[in-house]
Design a protein around this ligand. Structure first.
Ligand code: ATP
Ligand SMILES: O=c1ccn([C@@H]2O[C@H](COP(=O)(O)O)[C@@H](O)[C@H]2O)c(=O)[nH]1
Length: 240
């Protein structure tokens, strides 16, 4: 394995759902601690890391809409869930002495700083882990889209999606256990074939900005660093 990471600055989209561990809801601190350790390993390789965390372990806006409630309010609740997860990750990182800051797309100055592209980039240049909370700050989006947006804004070399599965398959492997895993795909193939591991807005944004997407299992200890070193199990999505 080479000692030099293949990317200098990355954006990690960490699964919200993964944070609940076996509990079925909420935050399992041991899982957050493990993800923090993975980020620390990447930092130790000299990689600059920005993070967006989902909110699926707490709340998704569609849950309100599907019961006849107001979608926008539901999405506000979902974005607040991502703030809770971001604060949990900052806590886990600070326990292992990794300097991290939470920047929220929704102003809540008593709790964390507000997002601005300039401040985010300045913090990353200083070597801090920047955790982008509150999604895009707009309803009808997802944290996948927020991750692609922030990746473009900070000039990330790659967008990592740490999720429940170890790559992109020909169909959802949770529903079709015989689906085939891809090593490499283009953004166009992901969009044309409707491979639903990431939402289409996020993939389109990454494609327009020439940002590779790496999909891997966030449940595998040390996989993030391995992939950064050019090894590890994942699917890489890049330009055609
Ligand atoms: N073609 C595919 N290849 C791989 N996974 C797929 C595919 N189609 C659907 N999926 C599903 O997509 C899921 C990832 O989607 P999703 O973004 O909702 O989860 P997440 O990473 O846990 O995000 P969140 O942060 O919102 O909780 C995988 O767990 C997998 O079951
Ligand atoms: O830009 C955004 C990002 C997220 N939301 C809402 O938050 C939840 C949780 O995010 P996931 O990506 O599903 O983990 C999402 O379901 C939306 O309700 C948003 O409105 N805008």
């Amino acid at each position: 394995m080479s000692d030099a990471p293949i990317y200098k600055r990355v954006l990690l989209k960490a699964s919200g759902e993964a944070l609940m561990g076996d509990q079925g809801f909420g935050i399992d601190v041991s899982v957050v601690d493990r993800i923090a350790a993975d980020i620390a390993e990447a930092k130790a390789l000299g990689v600059e890391v920005g993070v967006v965390i989902g909110g699926g372990n707490i709340f998704r806006g569609v849950a309100v809409a599907s019961k006849g409630g107001d979608r926008v309010t539901g999405d506000h609740m979902g974005m607040l869930a991502t703030v809770i997860n971001s604060l949990a990750l900052r806590t886990s990182l600070s326990k292992i002495s990794v300097d991290a800051v939470v920047l929220s797309a929704i102003a809540m100055p008593e709790i964390c700083e507000s997002f601005s592209q300039r401040q985010a980039t300045a913090y990353m240049d200083q070597g801090k882990v920047v955790i982008f909370a509150g999604g895009t700050g707009n309803p009808f989006f997802t944290t996948d889209s927020a991750a692609a947006l922030r990746a473009a804004e900070i000039g990330a070399d790659a967008l990592f999606k740490g999720t429940q599965v170890d790559g992109i398959y020909s169909a959802d492997p949770k529903i079709h256990p015989d689906a085939m895993r891809y090593e490499r795909l283009t953004h166009k193939q992901v969009l044309d074939q409707g491979l639903a591991v990431m939402d289409t807005t996020a993939v389109a944004l990454a494609r327009e900005n020439n940002i590779p997407i790496i999909v891997y299992s966030i449940h595998e200890d040390g996989e993030f660093a391995k992939i950064l070193l050019g090894k590890g199990r994942c699917t890489t999505v890049s330009g055609e």
